[in-house]
Design a protein around this ligand. Structure first.
Ligand code: PMP
Length: 355
């Protein structure tokens, strides 16, 4: 006899990690990771924390919380940390929505959204992106019902790279009841160079129902250490601390985050390089005939549609591991210049008529 499990969980697709390159010599461009190795100052901070691993970390993540609060000029009580922003997002969903409640988000967007919503027992309401792969904020506002508890806005959007403008978000928020929380997921905010984009923290300051989600995984290059945070309305942040598993953020991750905040100048140079590479990659893709839209993330989106599996197989053969969304497209992370060059050769070859 099978042990009892929630049926809704057993039916869920598990979140999948991008394929590992192993020792195949392939370039893994499937997880929007930072292509640069950790800074020496960060690995030194990690090494210095190793002597403390017999002790529990700061449960309140006190030092990093204070640094983030000072940096954004917000009260520390509004900052809540987790083991990656995906964990904080999970906490937000659990604190906001349960059985019978609805959570609205754009689709296609971050794959974890519908999974986390279902795990919480709530109902995902996925609103299709516009034809040009942007959030359909009018459609999302139309989808609001008396059961809506939470709305997720991914800006820039993973995997399409499109962004929401400040004007669009403002018009949208005018249509959202104040008791419905809107989370602006800014995992890729550091790569966003469009001045017209909504900046989540500005909206957090102006609206009582807006939270912002940030991560150290992407621009700061700490994906392997798992640390991210929300800046959220007071009651929401307090609930995140109630929902969080105790001691979820390791001391090593906390030390590395502090060292990364100390090294922002160095990290900014790297981020600028990734953004410059993104521009180069987009231009080269267009030159070879790919109709790619702009991306404000550290990735580009190829609308390969029904040809996704075919193109992906060609990429794999060429040593490029991309993230495939069958029937829709391929998301390819901006890597080092060498990695991007290999990708561009493979992308051009995928368009060339077979000989
Ligand atoms: N939000 C978005 C939009 C993402 O793409 C990701 C990572 N793929 C996350 C959140 C979670 O990142 P992490 O848990 O590493 O902070």
């Amino acid at each position: 006899m099978m042990v009892h499990q929630r049926e809704a969980i057993s039916r869920l697709p598990a979140y999948k990690q991008g394929a590992a390159a192993g020792d195949s010599g392939a370039f893994k461009l499937s997880s929007n990771e930072n292509p640069f190795p950790p800074l020496a100052s960060v690995t030194e901070a990690i090494a210095s924390a190793l002597g403390e691993i017999h002790l529990y970390p700061s449960m309140a993540v006190t030092e990093v919380t204070d640094r983030i609060a000072a940096r954004f000029d917000v009260p520390a009580e509004n900052v809540a940390f987790g083991a990656g922003s995906v964990e904080v997002l999970s906490q937000i969903i659990h604190a906001s929505a349960g059985a019978g409640d609805e959570v609205i988000f754009a689709w296609r967007s971050f794959e974890a959204y519908p999974i986390l919503v279902r795990v919480a027992g709530a109902t995902p309401v996925a609103v299709a992106l516009t034809a040009d792969e942007r959030h359909d904020l009018d459609g999302m506002a139309d989808a609001i019902t008396a059961q809506t508890r939470l709305i997720l806005v991914c800006n820039p959007n993973n995997p399409t790279g499109a962004f929401v403008t400040a004007d669009e978000l403002q018009a949208f928020l005018a249509r959202v009841p104040e008791n419905v929380l809107v989370v602006v997921d800014e995992a890729y905010v550091h790569f966003n160079r469009d001045a017209s984009s909504a900046v989540g923290i500005d909206f957090f300051r102006r609206y009582p129902n807006v939270a912002v989600l940030h991560t150290f995984s992407k621009a700061y290059g700490l994906a392997g250490l798992r640390i991210g945070y929300a800046i959220a309305p007071t009651e929401v942040a307090a609930n995140l601390r109630r929902v969080a598993l105790p001691f979820g953020v390791t001391a090593i991750a906390q030390r590395a985050a502090l060292a990364s905040l100390d090294a922002e100048a160095e990290l900014t140079v790297r981020i600028d390089e990734i953004v410059a590479e993104r521009t180069r990659v987009l231009m080269a893709l267009r030159a070879s005939g790919w109709p790619v839209t702009d991306s404000q993330g550290n990735f580009v989106w190829l609308r390969t549609g029904e040809g996704t599996d075919r193109v992906n197989a060609m990429f794999v053969h060429a040593g490029i591991l991309a993230r495939a969304f069958p029937g829709e497209g391929l998301r390819v992370t901006i890597g080092t210049a060498e990695q991007n060059d290999r990708f561009l050769v493979a992308a051009a070859a995928a368009l060339a008529p077979a000989t």
